[in-house]
Design a protein around this ligand. Structure first.
Ligand SMILES: Nc1ncnc2c1ncn2[C@@H]1O[C@H](COP(=O)(O)OP(=O)(O)O)[C@@H](O)[C@H]1O
Ligand SMILES: O=P(O)(O)OC[C@H]1O[C@@H](O)[C@H](O)[C@@H](O)[C@@H]1O
Length: 493
């Protein structure tokens, strides 16, 4: 087979993505021979998803503007900019046995940790993780909280070994709740709305600590919630325990969000709440951001058919619950009008969320000559065989959606850093600044992570980006919540 060195005019103008398998001219050859009707669909997708530097700068600037608006007055912005009431971060002196509950968009975890103070730090930690049953995501509030409380009760029963509850103390837990909650104190908060795949009836508007306490009461479990935190806030606390330069935490998992350390005097809407440290953590709830996003017809259709239409547009463009679904929708279009899979449209491919982000991530890790992993994933999802042309086309679509997501996430991070820099009058960028990252999407999708980091470096430039460290803080939200439970323990003082 001759290798095309100079692609035909039809291909010259269209940007080939930079993922590993598309570097060789072979792809040009293959794409040229792909189903001709599918190519214009890919070209249009890549144009509509393009994130050139000026667009990323606008996103970063808009994020900073929306942050200020959300801090000025409640409802002032798409970004809720929620006060966390976390005014003190773990010092390393925390001691004792503490629990953590972590309810995310896909998984639920229970964790306990035995803390030994500054010398011993974390003596022991153990946790159990379960996937959240789909029916509980759309059941009743009592069913969900009973599920959580019974899992915790079972876990407490297995307590032993290095985990010792000091005499005279009752068990305390941190509660990481990965949904938008209007905190009313460090250990109370009202659920604003469900996001991701949750639509549990009866919970929005309720204090979720009260819901949990009632459920623990039904289990006969004597446990006090001493800190209610968002998973970004817990991640920041967990990362800060080991590194004092951590100032921002970002979750890219099923959903997405970011929090950061803010000065109290930069929060006009802060009425009455005093923080003797002069600092507090703000949960931005940035998933609701929507300014200037490069959205496609596929995004709009997915949003219209979602359980929260018109909401969480940034989250729907960059986070794990949605990337695979967007790719699926593109492939359906390519099958319908681009005869991607020949004459018929695979029945299975038409099921919403049949293609998950783990699938598209796995396809992009396939560096084999004939992409057999891509072929088997496509067969599993569509039920039809695919030739090499089709597989390369599919990987191009995956890379386009992952690239847009990663680069927009990077722009969001720069927006937060820019806001902090503007307020600090040059302190932020003048020194080492750590952004703690977590979430299954960030952890398990190498190309996405690379696109994110490249975008931060591109927007900030070499000088400023040399001070910014973007590091993975694995499962920080679990230990972080336990640490905040310790920091806010009623027995500590
Ligand atoms: N191998 C993978 N590649 C890309 N994304 C993944 C992979 N595995 C999981 N994910 C994404 O991570 C999400 C789970 O994130 P995680 O942080 O573990 O849980 P939660 O969202 O419940 O906090 C999944 O919904 C999925 O979108
Ligand atoms: O850890 P997850 O499930 O990916 O959640 C990340 C974010 O998901 C968003 O939908 C929530 O509004 C945030 O509060 C949360 O932090």
């Amino acid at each position: 087979m001759s290798i095309a060195v100079n692609p035909p005019p039809s291909l010259r103008s269209f940007p080939i993505s930079r993922s590993p398998i598309t570097r060789s001219p072979r792809v040009t050859m293959v794409l040229r021979s792909s189903p001709p009707a599918a190519l214009p669909i890919l070209t249009k997708l890549q144009n509509d998803c393009a994130t050139p530097l000026p667009l990323l700068r606008n996103i970063a600037d808009a994020m900073a503007v929306e942050m200020r608006a959300g801090l000025a007055v409640d409802g002032g912005s798409d970004l809720k900019m929620i006060l966390s009431y976390v005014d003190f971060l773990p010092t390393g002196n925390e001691r004792g046995l503490f629990y953590a509950l972590d309810l995310g968009g896909t998984n639920f975890r229970v964790l306990r940790t035995q803390l030994g103070g500054r010398d011993e730090r974390v003596i022991a930690t153990e946790f159990e993780q379960v996937s959240i049953p789909q029916d509980l995501m759309c059941g009743t509030s009592e069913e969900l909280f009973d599920f959580i409380a019974s899992a915790l009760a079972k876990f407490v029963k297995k307590e032993g070994g290095k985990f010792i509850l000091p005499n005279g103390r009752s068990r305390e837990t941190g509660f990481t709740f990965s949904f938008p909650v209007k905190q009313t104190s460090i250990d109370s908060g009202i659920l604003i709305k469900w996001t991701k795949g949750f639509s549990v009836s009866g919970t929005p508007g309720k204090d979720i600590v009260v819901c949990l306490n009632e459920a623990m009461g039904r289990q006969g479990l004597d446990m006090r919630v001493s800190a209610l935190v968002n998973d970004t806030v817990a991640t920041l606390a967990g990362a800060r325990y080991w590194d004092n330069d951590v100032m921002v935490a970002v979750i890219l998992g099923t959903g997405t969000n970011a929090c950061y350390v803010e000065s109290v005097e930069a929060i006009p809407k802060l009425q009455g709440h005093k923080s003797s440290s002069g600092k507090t953590i703000i949960n931005t709830e940035w998933g609701a951001f929507s300014n200037g996003l490069p959205l496609t017809e596929y995004d709009r259709e997915m949003d219209a058919e979602s359980i929260n239409p018109g909401e969480q547009l940034f989250e729907k463009t960059i986070s794990g619950m949605y990337l695979g679904e967007i790719v699926r929708r593109v492939l359906v279009r390519m099958a319908e009008t681009g005869s991607l899979f020949g004459k018929h449209i695979p029945e299975k491919l038409q099921t919403p969320f049949a293609l998950g982000t783990p699938n598209i991530s796995s396809m992009q890790q396939d560096t084999s000559e004939d992409l057999e992993a891509v072929g088997s994933i496509l067969y599993e999802v569509t039920g039809v065989d695919s030739n090499l042309d089709v597989r390369k086309m599919v990987v191009e679509v995956c890379d386009t959606i992952a690239k847009r997501g990663g680069r927009l996430a990077g722009a969001g991070i720069v927006g937060i850093l820019q806001k902090m820099e503007q307020d600090s009058k040059g302190v932020v960028f003048g020194k080492r600044m750590v952004v703690a990252m977590d979430g299954g999407l960030y952890e398990h999708y190498p190309q996405y992570k690379r696109y994110l980091k490249e975008a931060v470096a591109e927007i900030l430039g070499p000088e400023l980006s040399s001070h910014v460290v973007i590091e993975h803080s694995k499962d920080g939200s679990g230990i972080g919540a336990a640490l905040l439970a310790a920091t806010n323990s009623i027995f500590e003082h």
